[in-house]
Design a protein. Structure first.
Length: 629
């Protein structure tokens, strides 16, 4: 049958429909397509969508955007995967209606056309409709895959004695503190037995001193492997209790999945074929020249016994799922075969759709994007190394506006046990404040490693991103009762995030002009366009910066002359704005009169009806400011 309509360039689609776009339950899928035909007939188009497995399609009419582009949206209301396609056809009735209106306007006789109109069936044109040549998948996950605040800790450091590991029971005492800061996910460094052969010492020394606990990533000893608990932490029953206790504080425990083994791992003895060997028969340890990791043996995913290895590693993940863990941070997934992750994650998701996987892959962009397409729920990002206004705007425009936003969800860690960047080292507490606000408001998901709130920032040596006395190689109890910490601000930020839907999504980010390169300004709105939140950050941790920011009044649908109420959600102060450009001043240094140092504003924007408001205006006086000295 002749089909005159062309349907192409349908979005969102990932790898030509071979892989799924990602959403969370309740999120909208905005579908666009090019729909056109020869001639001048009127067209119609619909999105056909359904939960995967259902036989019948639902229809949503598409609207013409101009230039033959059409758009419609549907909501993933059920917690299941969806699929969709697009269909377009010649709309005979609309074509007839348009033609008769033109002839009427020209004063022409339309008697024949009126008769023709009575002969057009109500569903005319659908029988010759053109359906897009593929059905496109949407992977739907739970909300935590899109939105959450992560806190990373080493449970062995949760006690007060640096000479021994803390137990899970002792670590339970830290739960109220972590929960009080408003975190959603408590991510634990590896909790398995640690190998003794070639154990690393303090500050990554090649030889361990007596009593050095070694790196938790050197997994496995005669006490067990990836499904065992480091004896110093307690037993598997103790871990189960810890997970339950955390859940009582609305904290979900995430575990580190590091698929590698120490030389003492039971796999080395029981399955030597799972490792690569040198010509002399010895097993190859991990290397990243010039670095050598003699305490770690990588797996050989292409060994003759690869199928048994793959199944064993998948079973490791399922073991911890059975013990109440549904979130996993995966260590260096880019050093394992992509096909392994595609298979393992798909298999696990069939049985456990609630499982969430964060890819810790600080590697090349294309590899990071491929891992996201392969099934990882979230991805680490380059945020840690993007510190200037230009770097941040360019990178986050790419993350939130380019095609990758359909499948790659960044999780913005402000620091990690491996990364203490120059900005934090040199900037001191104001730098920590700035990076906290940036991470928590640029990204719907963000995280920090324990000690960030205490401004820990001493490198092992100049030019290094490694911490001095790194917790990776020693037990490091901390005094969290210090009153100079960042914890109250973290709690405030996380409360703001939970209260405002605008901060719970990534794709709504928009940057705005400033006349000072040290001031970055951006806003977010909820998916329905409401709840606008404006953020201004001073990127200079040493000096006061001031200038003007341009408000997106058109995007906020604020009429000219309308007064805007601006509430700083960090300080609680409220001001009014009347102009498109407004003045701000941010000083990271404490004021001499006892005032508060400020590096950022997080503003709730509310247009108000009263143009004669008596609140202080930010634009009446060019020297007025959001924050006092």
């Amino acid at each position: 049958m002749l089909r005159r309509v062309i349907v192409e360039a349908v979005t969102p689609q990932v790898d030509e429909g071979r892989r799924a776009a990602k959403r969370t339950v309740g999120e909208e899928v905005a579908v666009e397509a090019d729909v056109f035909a020869d001639g001048h007939d009127e067209l119609a188009a619909v999105v056909l969508w359904r939960p995967r497995g259902e036989a019948a399609w639902h229809e949503t009419a598409m609207a013409a955007l101009g230039n033959d582009r059409w758009r419609a949206a549907f909501t993933c209301a059920q917690y299941t995967d969806y699929e969709f396609t697009v269909e377009g056809w010649i709309d005979l009735r609309a074509t007839w209606q348009h033609g008769i209106e033109k002839k009427n306007a020209a004063g022409q006789d339309v008697s024949n056309e009126e008769i023709e109109g009575t002969l057009i069936p109500a569903d005319a044109g659908r029988s010759r409709g053109t359906r897009y040549d593929r059905v496109l998948p949407v992977m739907v996950e739970r909300e935590r895959a899109r939105f959450g605040a992560w806190y990373e800790m080493f449970p062995r450091s949760a006690g007060t004695d640096p000479s021994r590991s803390a137990t899970f029971e002792e670590a339970e005492a830290r739960l109220p503190y972590i929960a009080s800061m408003g975190f959603d996910v408590l991510y634990l460094a590896p909790i398995h037995p640690i190998g003794k052969s070639f154990r690393k010492g303090r500050n990554n020394a090649l030889t361990a001193a007596p009593g050095d606990p070694g790196s938790p990533w050197a997994i496995g000893s005669d006490e067990g492997g990836h499904t065992a608990i480091e004896p110093g932490l307690g037993t598997l029953d103790d871990f189960d209790r810890f997970v339950r206790k955390a859940r009582g504080y609305d904290l979900e425990v995430a575990l580190d999945i590091a698929f590698q083994a120490s030389p003492d791992h039971p796999y080395v003895k029981d399955h030597p074929s799972w490792f690569r060997h040198r010509p002399d028969g010895t097993i190859k340890y991990a290397e990243n020249p010039p670095k050598k990791y003699q305490d770690i043996y990588p797996f050989d995913f292409e060994s003759a016994d690869w199928m048994a290895l793959w199944r064993e590693l998948k079973d490791v993940i399922e073991f911890w799922i059975e013990h109440g863990v549904l979130i996993f941070r995966v260590d260096n997934p880019h050093t394992k075969p992509f096909h392994f992750w595609e298979w393992a994650l798909a298999e696990i998701r069939k049985a456990h759709p609630d499982a969430i996987f964060l890819a810790e892959a600080f590697t090349r962009p294309k590899i990071m994007r491929y891992l996201a397409r392969a099934g990882f729920s979230q991805s680490y990002s380059y945020f840690t190394w993007r510190n200037t206004k230009a770097e941040l705007e360019e990178y986050f425009t790419e993350l939130t506006q380019a095609e990758g936003r359909e499948y790659m969800r960044p999780n913005l860690f402000a620091n990690t046990p491996d990364i203490l960047n120059d900005y934090l080292q040199a900037g001191g507490p104001p730098a920590f404040h700035a990076r906290l606000v940036l991470a928590a408001t640029l990204g719907a998901s963000y995280g920090m490693y324990s000690g960030f709130e205490l401004f820990e920032r001493t490198p092992v040596k100049p030019g290094s991103e490694e911490y001095l006395d790194s917790e990776k190689y020693q037990i490091l109890p901390r005094d969290f009762t210090r009153d100079n910490g960042l914890a109250p601000t973290i709690a405030r930020i996380n409360a703001i995030r939970r209260a405002h839907p605008a901060l719970q999504f990534d794709r709504c980010l928009e940057f705005h002009e400033t006349d000072n390169s040290e001031l970055i300004c951006y806003s977010k709105r909820a998916p329905d366009g409401g709840d606008p939140i404006l953020v201004v950050v001073n990127l200079d941790p040493k000096n006061m910066q001031h200038g003007h920011i341009k408000l997106p009044l058109d995007a906020w649908k604020v009429p000219a002359g309308r007064v805007i109420e601006a509430e700083d959600l960090l300080s609680g102060e409220t001001y009014t704005w009347r102009d498109e450009w407004t003045y701000v001043r941010l000083d990271p240094r404490p004021a001499g009169d006892g005032g508060t140092a400020r590096v950022a504003h997080v503003i709730a924007v509310r247009p108000i009806a009263d143009p004669l408001s008596t609140r202080p205006s930010l634009s009446d006086n060019r020297q007025s400011r959001l924050a006092h000295d």
